[in-house]
Design a protein around this ligand. Structure first.
Ligand code: GLU
Ligand code: MG
Length: 436
């Protein structure tokens, strides 16, 4: 008997988990139109497989419709193929469902086009760690640290190329058994699709070698975290770069400056969507090169939003390469949802006509709350609960999402908080390392 090739139709949900259903591959044509059946209450399955309070109960039916543009098909070993296609969740009449993360991102990107006349180009940079892997000590950025995982790195980069992404670089990061994989930019929703694909193929590549990868925000609070850094730039309808202006602040165009200002203004209100786990807030502390304040950095890795350096020399290539990097995200977040929140915050800045603040170069953790406030900085929320309070209490942010979205998201995250409430920090980290 020959095994039947199956395709997994998938969504990356509020928990940042990739869930779905598989169907025989010869049904693809039909499934691209009719999808597979999906259940509303699935949206309340937390990352620990508990089910949060759901407004849907046992009722309702949805469709998860795979999108041929978000297909990942790769063979790691002879005969074993990984094949999944990300899709949109709709109601039975085909209208986007309020909790479909991919549709929420599409609507944010449409707002960006409507308000600013540009498309977003983005690239997600991911850090991860290998659980239980023999790790060579003292190998931050090391050649030997890379050597012991060369096979995994080569397999992963080949897989990324095979599914049509652009592998950029891969390295041994600073932390124990920590690696970082970088891919090239993609336009619009494909950038978030690509981020999901990177995570899943990293896990698959590691598993095929008998290893286990984790993207958990932080494994050990005494060590560094695993960040997700989102690089963003803009192009107009003709594909002309719109991010750079040599005369603008730190090289930012007027659009970039307003977008950056919006992201920084609303950062404390969106962080529960981009750093959405209980332990995300252990990573978002000063001196970890993550993000603790709503500050702009000119090449400074202690900033939540960083203006990145460009290596190009000629003006046309500089304009194309120039990008800003959002550093307050992690892989507990669904990339689509995180990006939707960032884009809405940025567009809000454009609508409000804001300009980017001065970049910081000092240690903001040394400043008193009064001085911080005077200079327009806030310490970002220090717990998930605090982040959720700020998110759900904000009238502007509420307008960016369907009416039912934030209360359901809050209930979802509350169940995750409750699940861990008796655990100490080490146990919390251990729980997350098993789920992400
Ligand atoms: N590991 C750091 C983080 O949690 C980032 C280090 C870097 O700049 O690459 O975001
Ligand atoms: Mg890094």
């Amino acid at each position: 008997m020959m095994p039947m090739p199956l395709i997994f139709a998938a969504t990356c949900d509020l928990a940042g988990k990739v869930r779905g259903k598989a169907f025989p591959s010869d049904q693809l044509e039909k499934r691209l139109i009719r999808g597979v059946g999906w259940t509303p209450t699935n949206v309340q399955i937390t990352c620990f497989d508990t089910i949060a309070e759901s407004p849907f109960g046992a009722l309702g039916d949805l469709l998860l419709i795979p999108d041929a543009a978000a297909e990942a098909r790769v063979s790691f070993d002879e005969g074993v193929q990984q094949h999944f296609i990300l899709g949109d969740i709709t109601d039975l009449d085909g209208a986007p469902w309020d909790f479909c993360t991919r549709s929420l991102l599409k609507s944010a990107l449409q707002r960006l086009e409507r308000v600013a006349g540009v498309r977003l180009i983005a690239a997600f940079e991911h850090e991860f760690q290998l659980k239980g892997a023999a790790s060579v000590p003292n190998q931050a950025y090391g050649r030997e640290g890379f050597e012991v995982q060369r096979q995994l790195c080569e397999k992963l980069m080949a897989a990324l190329a095979e599914v049509g992404l652009s592998p950029d670089s891969i390295m041994k990061e600073y932390g124990p058994a920590q690696y970082e994989v970088v891919i090239g930019p993609e336009v619009g929703v494909r950038a978030a699709d690509a981020a999901v694909i990177v995570r899943e193929l990293t896990r698959s590549a590691a598993r095929s070698l008998g290893e286990e990868a984790t993207f958990t925000p932080i494994r050990d609070v005494a060590s560094v975290g695993n960040g997700v850094h989102v690089h963003m730039s803009f192009e107009d309808a003709d594909g002309q770069p719109m991010t750079y202006d040599p005369a603008g602040p730190c090289g930012m165009s007027e659009l970039t400056s307003a977008f950056a200002a919006g992201v920084l203004k609303y950062l404390d209100r969106i962080i529960a969507l981009t750093a959405p786990s209980v332990i995300s807030y252990e990573r978002l502390t000063p001196h970890r090169w993550s993000a603790a304040y709503n500050n702009l950095g000119f090449r400074d890795r202690e900033a939540s939003l960083r203006v990145c350096p460009v290596t190009a020399k000629d003006p046309a290539s500089i304009a194309r390469q120039f990008n800003i990097e959002y550093r307050a995200a992690d892989a507990a977040a669904c990339p689509h949802l995180a990006l939707a929140a960032i884009v809405h915050a940025g567009v809000q800045g454009v609508e409000e006509g804001l300009s980017a603040p001065e970049p910081t170069e000092e240690d903001l953790s040394l400043l008193s709350p009064a001085v911080l406030a005077e200079r327009g900085f806030v310490r970002l929320p220090e717990t998930l609960s605090a982040a959720l309070d700020i998110l759900c209490g904000d009238k502007t942010v509420a307008r960016w999402f369907p009416k039912a979205f934030l209360p359901v998201y809050r209930a979802h995250k509350q169940a995750e908080i409750d699940y861990l409430s008796e655990d100490n920090i080490a146990a919390k980290c251990a729980a997350y390392e098993q789920t992400y």
